[in-house]
Ligand binder design. Structure first.
Ligand SMILES: C[S@@+](CC[C@H](N)C(=O)[O-])C[C@H]1O[C@@H](n2cnc3c(N)ncnc32)[C@H](O)[C@@H]1O
Length: 261
């Protein structure tokens, strides 16, 4: 008996029919995997070009009082949709839910990451907030936390993949939001700030902690929103890009000279 033949080959008269025993299953598996990959990428391309949900979200958000522009909303929608589930989504300052709706509807199109909507609702906005979240059909994804940012941060232990900061706009309070929540954001997670061109507090905080920081890359401005991706240490090209965006922000502020304190 030849020692280099497996029992199956010996049964078939000792002919080493390697093609049938190993090559065909490997080829078949390769074919199935390639077809599945192609199908998946086609579905993703079709998904990216499906604007129906985005259009519907725009219509729903327009029915909710708030200051967030459509471009800012679309940015939140896309960021939430692209979340990979490495952490949750947090919002500081929800008011009646306009930005929460953009975040949650984006997340619904992606991995359905939960949105923790933090607001003390001192000005009785909670009832409207709940009605609007229901109207947008995202109650299953939104977790309201009726607390201040500082109270919530003290008890919040989940990693954060995306955070939108639009709470108290005083400089010390926005800086406190940054200090409390930055450590909870995962590496490559995104921090987003609203009103960074027209309110003194957020404006100063992002200049000091985002545009001039060594811990952020892919920094940019969309209307009044500044965003950046957390990183351990950014590279020269990242700092160059941040400075270019800071110049663009300064020009934008000159053209839109309304700053609230
Ligand atoms: C500008 S509104 C938010 C608007 C909302 N993001 C939108 O797009 O419609 C600011 C909200 O921050 C809330 N707020 C104020 N102080 C806060 C704090 N310390 N922590 C969390 N939220 C706070 C207020 O109750 C208010 O609802």
């Amino acid at each position: 008996m030849r020692a280099d033949l497996c029992p199956q080959q010996i049964d078939s008269g000792g002919k080493a029919d390697i093609r049938h025993s190993t090559v065909l299953p490997v080829l078949f598996r390769f074919l199935v995997i390639s077809v599945a990959r192609r199908l998946w990428s086609c579905l993703r391309i079709i998904g990216r070009h499906d604007h129906r949900d985005l259009d519907e979200t725009r219509r729903i958000a327009a029915r909710v009082e708030g200051w967030l522009t459509d471009e800012e909303g679309e940015l939140l929608y896309e960021l939430a949709k692209d979340c990979l589930g490495r952490g949750v989504i947090v919002e500081i300052g929800s008011w009646k839910g306009r930005s929460t709706i953009w975040l949650a509807r984006g997340s619904k199109q992606g991995r359905k990451t939960k949105v923790y909507a933090i607001d003390p609702h001192k000005k009785s906005s909670l009832a409207d907030f709940k009605d609007n979240i229901k109207m947008a059909r995202v109650e299953d994804l939104v977790v309201p936390i009726v607390k201040t940012s500082a109270q919530a941060a003290g008890e919040f232990s989940k990693p954060v993949e995306l955070i939108f900061i639009d709470g108290n706009h005083h400089y010390e309070m926005v800086e406190l939001d940054f200090i409390l929540w930055f450590p909870k954001v995962v590496e490559n997670g995104t921090m987003v700030f609203h009103d960074t061109t027209n309110f003194f507090g957020p404006k100063k905080v992002v200049e000091e902690h985002i545009y001039r920081s060594r811990n952020f890359r892919s920094v940019k401005l969309v209307n009044s929103v500044t965003l950046g991706e957390k990183t351990r240490k950014n590279a020269f090209k990242d700092r160059f890009r941040s400075n270019v965006w800071l110049c663009i922000k300064k020009v934008y502020e000159v053209l839109e000279p309304h700053t609230f304190t």
